[in-house]
Structures are given as C-alpha cells and as structure tokens.
Design a protein around this ligand. Structure first.
Ligand SMILES: [Zn+2]
Length: 361
C-alpha cells in the first residue's frame, strides 16, 4: 500500500528563496515545453527531448535532470488531453527524484536548486517517524501558504484484507469536508464559518498594518490551522471507525496523484491546492492503516459528473455545487453523495472483494 507523507521543510530565508526560484523556473520551463509539445502534437518524451532539451537548459538554466523531469511532466499532462495545451502555474509541484534529492540522517534533506544543492532541516509529526526510512524514489516539492513541503510516497505493509465485504467511498469536498457513500457528511460547515470570520478579521487587521496587527494576524492563522488539524483528526477517526465497524475498506480519490502524476484541473485543483485536503488524506490513510482497514485510491477523474445509475458522464449533471441531476436518466442526489458512491463503485471494480476462497475474477 502506498502512503503519502507531507514533510514540512524548514529552509533558511535564502534557501526558501532558492526553492521558490527553482519552483518558478521549473514551471516556466514546463510551460515553454508545453508550447512545443502542443505545436508539434507530440507527447513522446524522446522526441520532445530532442526538440527542446538544449534550448530549455540554456533558457531556464535547469540542470539536466531537472530538464528531463520537466519534459516528462509535460508529456504526462499533454497525454491526458491532446486537444488543449497544458498550462503550469508558477507554484506547481516540482518532482524530485533520487538524483536531485537526498535524505541526510537524521533530519536533513538535500535538494538541488539553481545555485546548487541546499541542505535544510525538515520536520515531521511523530507518527511519521517509523516511515521515514521507507521513503523511496520520488517526492513532490509543494508550496502551501508560503511553507514548503515534500510530499513523499512510502510503501507500507498491506493490511490484511480478508474480511472486507465492501468499500466505503469517501468524497472530500469544500462545503462538506467528507461525505461517504452511505450519505453521511462529516464536518465542514463549522470550519467554513470559522474561516470566513477569521478572513474577515484578517482583512481588517491587514488594513491597519501596525506591528500589533501583524502579531494578531499570526495568532489567528495559527489558531485556524490548529482548529482545522483537529477537525481533520476527528473526521478521519470517525470515518475509519465506521469502515472498520462495518467490515469495509475505504475508497478515496487519488488527489495527490500517487497513482498517476500530472496536472490537476478544476475541482481537483481547488482541492489539491488546499493543504487541509492533503492532511485529511494522510490522516485517513494513517488511521486506516493502524486499524487494519485497507485503503484503495481510485482515479479522481469525473467523479462529480458521473451518474451512478446509468453511467453517463456529463458536466451538466452537476447542476450546482450541491446538486447532482443526471441529464440522461434524471437520477438526482446531493452531489457529494453521488461522488462518494462513484468512488465506492470504482474501488469495487478495481479490487474485487476478497474472500478466503476467492481465486480472482
Ligand atoms: Zn443517469
């Protein structure tokens, strides 16, 4: 089973600037490569490399490995949908592999920047400690609220799945933080209300801009973060307890792109950019693993637009943030409930129920 760890980096001010610079440069390079890929209509890495490699290195000053990573990121994005030219945000994820990143025991990591390698401390929460030695291969450098994280993938031992009868699909949303395939919603509203209040207060304080105001601002943002973390812990705990109590595994969308890497769009992007979603995902995965509840990650494409009753995929199925109504068969349900059921159905298809005597489909 793959788990994602979000490792918080603690760069010095100059290192922070160096990470920001490489991130912006990398994404600018991706954008430049995408232009060529789109013009030449090619998602072939070798061909694209021949076309852009030298030029990308000169123009953006990327190391050879970085240039290769940028080319492959563009290929994966363009492969998905060849009708449009992929766009890359300046602060999109930068993939780091072993050639440009190395873990220095016990709490430092070295990352390649434009000015060479920078060694900086990282922090992780206690439960991650046991897994740090399992980090292999690739990590994504992510910028969230001006803090850098490395999203790492680790292999965790597979939980015994013998008794699983079904999957509990869980849709992560903005209004309801989590909705399951039984139709139960978890949290959200309260968090959203708090967020609105504090963003209103923040605006007022920012307008004043005195030293005391800045201190107050820091307090508010810390308090809100802790509140959200606490909420995420509670939601994860309840979802895992429910799945375990009904002998089900948990099915989630693969929002962090563990199964497939590439760009995320629309609804997915809004969630991807939000650190709270990443946190909720990792809490769910971690708590599920501790409880012996298997987690399946499914393809997140169109989960909110697919009709479970007849299979129609249509943007128009999603009438609003909250309502789903199928344009072809008329099936109607709260949108996140439908999405959670689609997620469950995908998990069932991916992983046929396991029983002791089953020999496969
Ligand atoms: Zn339908």
């Amino acid at each position: 089973m793959k788990l994602t760890l979000a490792v918080k980096l603690g760069p010095l001010a100059n290192q922070h600037a160096a990470l920001l610079q490489i991130m912006e440069r990398f994404n600018a390079a991706c954008d430049g490569i995408a232009e060529v890929a789109f013009r030449e209509k090619t998602a072939n890495k070798i061909r694209l490399q021949r076309l852009v490699y030298g030029q990308i290195r000169d123009r953006f000053g990327l190391s050879s490995q970085m240039a290769i990573r940028a080319i492959s990121k563009v290929c994966e994005a363009y492969k998905r949908d060849k009708t449009i030219r992929p766009r890359f945000r300046p602060h999109g994820a930068v993939p780091y592999d072993q050639r440009i990143m190395s873990w220095k025991a016990p709490d430092r990591v070295s990352l390649l920047t434009l000015g060479g390698r920078e060694v900086m401390p990282y922090r992780f929460v206690e439960y991650q400690r046991a897994r740090m030695d399992r980090i292999r291969g690739q990590a994504d450098l992510i910028l969230g609220r001006n803090v850098f994280y490395l999203y790492c993938t680790v292999d965790a031992p597979e939980a015994p799945a013998g008794k699983i009868q079904d999957y509990l699909g869980v849709d992560l949303g903005i209004v309801n933080l989590a909705t399951d395939s039984d139709g139960e919603s978890f949290g959200g509203e309260q968090v959203e209300v708090k967020r609105r209040i504090s963003s209103h207060r923040r605006r007022n304080l920012q307008r004043k801009g005195t030293k005391a105001c800045r201190r107050k601002l820091r307090q508010i943002s810390g308090r809100q973060r802790r509140f959200q973390t606490d909420t995420n812990h509670c939601i994860a705990k309840r979802v895992v307890a429910k799945a375990k109590g009904s002998s089900r595994g948990i099915a989630l969308e693969d929002l962090l792109g563990i199964r497939e890497r590439g760009t995320v769009r629309g609804r997915q992007r809004a969630r991807h950019a939000n650190w709270a979603f990443g946190q909720l995902c990792s809490f769910l995965e971690y708590k599920a693993q501790c409880a012996g509840v298997p987690v399946v990650l499914v393809d997140p494409g169109n989960t909110s637009r697919t009709c479970l009753e007849c299979g129609t995929v249509d943007k128009a199925n999603r009438r609003s943030q909250a309502d789903f109504r199928c344009v072809s068969c008329g099936f109607a349900a709260p949108a996140d409930h439908d999405a959670a059921r689609v997620i469950r159905a995908r998990a069932v298809v991916m992983q046929p129920m396991v029983s002791d005597t089953a020999t496969g489909p």
